[in-house]
Write a protein that binds this ligand. Sequence first.
Ligand code: PMP
Length: 361
Amino acid sequence: MGYRAINFSAGPSTLPEEVLKKAAAEMLNYEGTGESVMEMSHRSAEFQKIIDDAEQNLRDLMNIPDDYYVLFLQGGGTLQFSMVPINLLTNSKKADYIITGNWAKKAYEEAQKFGDIRALASSADKNFSYIPKFKKEDIREDVDYVYVCYNNTIYGTHYNEVPDVGDHLLVADMSSCVLSEEIDVTKFGLIYAGAQKNVAPAGVTIVIVRKDLVGHAPENTPIYLDYAIHAKKGSMYNTPPCYSIYMAGEVFKYLKSIGGVKEMHERDVRKAGKLYDYLDHSEMFTPTVAKEDRSLMNVTFVTGDPELDKKFVAGARERGMLNLAGHRTTGGMRASIYNAMPEEGVDALIAYMKEFEDENK
Ligand code: PMP
């Protein structure tokens, strides 16, 4: 801590200090090339190694089988809201979506441009404070896929088990939880994640997609929106977001060096556990999410008094704890404690919460 603020931003968000230091050291001269990765041709042997290593390390970390492509794309999570339906609505052109918040809703609305899209379940009735249940029998029999947002960044909810969709294809937006827990990739047809939370600076979006699902987009699909093009060209049909891919690769190496996703998950459980435990016993702060659906990454809470919330957030800022205000649509507070948030950051937040509680009783 010290010279760096404790950054609770929901994304772009804090990155591992070790990775930032290595990137800084390599900024002007990457491995003796005399160039920065920012300046390097994506067609160079050096960059080819960067992207190949990044892919391999992600495959190792997530145990991604060979029958899945790993793509590094641009356009953020938002472009996946349209690429998913364009590429996967290939038979009935029907899909069922679970509405668990803003990002799921945006994906659902975008998909409606491309097919017959239905909301299978929603938690809008309680301001998205829980993960809605559904029965697999309620899924329309002939859907091309079922879509979920695995971790709801704004509301702080998370699927604590993989939803049972029977034999249907499952698609998940894991933008705000990728690499924070071990996931059985084979249960999903497609997983995507924008990088700017657990992976890298903004700019790259990871798509993990089963190979047999690729190559069926309509003929008039704009070239960038067809997974097949990116798969065929090793994510380099056009200039990729080189620096973000390099940073993602460095984060993957760092994760491997600490013991992989299993170790990371243990750390995440410990950090979030401390914070929820404090919230559950606090007389001032209340967590906003149903216990069984809580996110390890985005912890949302309120005092019940919007003025007090504001005072809390302002006081935190004075103490070097940034970005604790909840999303503009929810108010209250949100502490995003992604993989790179050190445990001391959470400890400092809890210490301040105690102090604030004593002073404002
Ligand atoms: N999905 C989730 C879960 C998100 O949190 C976000 C943005 N924070 C998005 C999608 C949209 O991503 P982007 O801003 O990269 O388009």
